[in-house]
Design a binder for this molecule. Structure first.
Ligand SMILES: [Zn+2]
Length: 68
């Protein structure tokens, strides 16, 4: 039963990557979260994505301030 809710690692990685560019739907977020809870590999991958997103998210801000 619960297996129907759990995505493949490939799908989880895809959702993690897409979350960088656009917000996921609530259903997608729940599915991703469920997968990350059970899959250490994707959990680590998701943390790296999150780190990269924060790091890259700061770059435009720095450049804009530089131009001023
Ligand atoms: Zn996985």
């Amino acid at each position: 039963m619960i297996h129907m809710l759990i995505d493949s690692c490939a799908h989880a990685a895809k959702l993690s990557s897409r979350a960088m560019e656009q917000p996921l739907t609530p259903a997608e977020r729940i599915r991703l979260k469920l997968h990350l809870m059970m899959c250490k590999r994707c959990s680590n991958f998701s943390r790296q994505i999150e780190f990269l997103r924060r790091a890259s998210g700061k770059m435009p801000e720095i450049f804009e301030k530089d131009e001023d």
